[in-house]
Write a protein that binds this ligand. Structure first.
Ligand code: FAD
Length: 449
């Protein structure tokens, strides 16, 4: 006989920052909340590692915090995490020569600022500029393309032009947390436990059986193999878009009855792909490899080098340590993800050698260690982060619409406007879902909490 399900007011599925924010806020409103997370750890795509031999933590997922976003900053302050503002240091490498780009944001904005939402209709970035050829300089066009493919992680022919109108990197307003993004995450996890949320890790949700006002969730522990049931009046689904798209395999969740309209919306939405490789070099290799202009040691490194090389075109150094992070997004990432990890790493180093104008052997000899996470083939994310697909500008709003006052949706793909695909967007989405739940099922008056 199956054991009795654990009974709470609300079940949250997914322990990324969206699910954690939803759980924390609902617990503050005295709801009994159980959060179910498939992995052995909370945080999802916020994932800091501290590998042996590395002088500082290494981010596998989110790294940059953008200015604004009051909720995220409140969390940073509460965590007492030191956030450091990045200098606006950008370089462009072409044919082995490296030039400073003093005005990256303006250059990208020179292109995205040409997008007129009223004319963009359902056009993609590529289709828009095919129809309205941009009168911009070659470098502006190149940088705007690499911004869309790299940082939005989207193919030019798939991303909505409208979603990019006036967008830029906002480089003057970016911060990193040198002590690790997990310091910030740790704070919200503590807020949850102190607020009475029951956090379950190693709990892979398989099915969500629901009807108005009632949800039954079945989950499996991958370590013990045990199945556990949970029941509640409502559930917040804070899963990545890639997981919501999956019909089978580890991580995929079956809804019963099927969410037909949501399925159609989800099918039209798109997940972007990213390859992010952190490389630690030897001191002497670092000196041999870097051109003079980048060699000067500064507390926040040399900044970002952009390029059009195939493979991994963008690299950054944001500390005084011999560490660089390589980044490929969109089509470049997809191509790299098709090859084995060892080949991918070799190609990354070959790209870096080309960018620095050095023989590949010099760069290879300087490497001490490499760290990367394959978010695309990770069954619990199935991609890096979502982008607004052409012709689907309203899909995020449709995805976040609650179902019969019982199923509520959070996560970066449900975020508003340019917050899609970001940590602060995910956090805000969790808070929004919590408000919706409280509005729907009320604010119980329990003694003692
Ligand atoms: C390489 C990379 C770099 C990034 N850089 C930045 C950045 O610099 N700045 C920024 O703002 N954003 C960045 N992002 C995006 C940011 O990390 C995400 O938008 C945000 O963390 C998403 O939070 P979430 O809660 O929506 O999803 P997630 O963090 O993915 O949380 C969803 C959770 O659901 C769990 N789950 C999946 N399936 C199941 C299941 N069946 N049962 C139970 N649980 C399940 C997952 O394990 C996961 O923990 C980056 C992302 C990546 C991948």
């Amino acid at each position: 006989m199956a054991p009795e399900p654990q009974c709470v007011d609300v079940i949250v599925i997914g322990g990324g920052i969206a699910g954690l924010a939803a759980a924390r806020d609902m617990a503050k409103r005295r709801l009994r909340v159980a959060l179910l997370e498939a992995r052995a750890r909370m945080g999802g795509r916020i994932h800091t590692q501290r590998p042996d031999g590395w002088p500082r933590p290494v981010e596998m997922g989110a790294e940059f915090i953008h200015v604004g976003n009051a909720d995220l900053w409140r969390l940073v302050r509460k965590a007492q995490a030191r956030a450091v503002k990045l200098p606006d240091d950008h370089w462009f490498s072409e044919r082995g020569g490296i030039q400073r780009i003093p005005d990256l944001d303006r250059k990208i904005g020179a292109v995205t600022g040409l997008i007129k939402p009223a004319k963009a209709g359902g056009l993609s970035f590529a289709a828009y500029f095919h129809r309205f050829p941009p009168a911009v300089r070659r470098d502006e066009w190149m940088l705007a393309r690499s911004f869309v493919e790299g940082f939005e992680a989207a193919p030019l022919g798939s991303i909505s032009a409208k979603s990019l109108a006036g967008e830029a990197m906002d480089e003057q307003h970016q911060f990193v947390v040198p002590g690790g993004y997990d310091q910030v995450l740790g704070r919200i996890v503590r807020d949850c436990t102190e607020g009475g949320v029951s956090l379950f890790s190693n709990m892979i949700v398989r099915t969500v059986a629901w009807r108005r006002g009632s949800v039954r969730v079945s989950a499996t522990n991958p370590v013990s193999g045990l199945r556990t049931g949970f029941s509640a009046r409502a559930a917040v689904i804070a899963l990545p878009l890639g997981v919501l798209k999956a019909r089978s395999g580890l991580g995929a969740v079956r809804f019963s009855p099927i969410l037909r309209r949501k399925r159609a919306v989800i099918a039209g939405m798109q997940m972007g792909h990213v390859v992010r490789i952190a490389v630690r070099f030897s001191e002497e290799g670092w000196r041999a490899m870097l051109p003079g202009r980048l060699k000067r040691r500064r507390p926040l490194g040399f900044g970002f080098i952009h390029s059009t090389v195939k493979g991994v075109p963008v690299w950054w150094s944001l500390s005084d340590q011999p560490i660089m992070v390589g980044w490929a997004g969109g089509p470049a990432a997809k191509a790299l993800l098709r090859v084995p990890a060892a080949t991918r790493r070799r190609r990354a180093l070959a790209s870096l050698a080309e960018i620095l104008g050095k023989p590949a052997a010099v760069v290879r000899a300087a490497v001490r260690d490499m760290q990367a996470w394959d978010w695309t083939n990770d069954p619990f994310s199935r991609g890096a982060y979502s982008f607004t697909a052409a012709g689907r500008d309203e899909a995020g709003a449709e995805l976040r619409r609650p179902v019969r006052g019982t199923l509520f949706f959070a996560g970066e793909a449900t975020a508003q406007g340019d917050e899609v695909g970001t940590t602060h967007g995910a956090l805000a989405s969790g808070r929004r879902a919590a408000r919706e739940v409280v509005r729907e099922i009320g604010w119980p008056r329990r003694g003692g909490r």
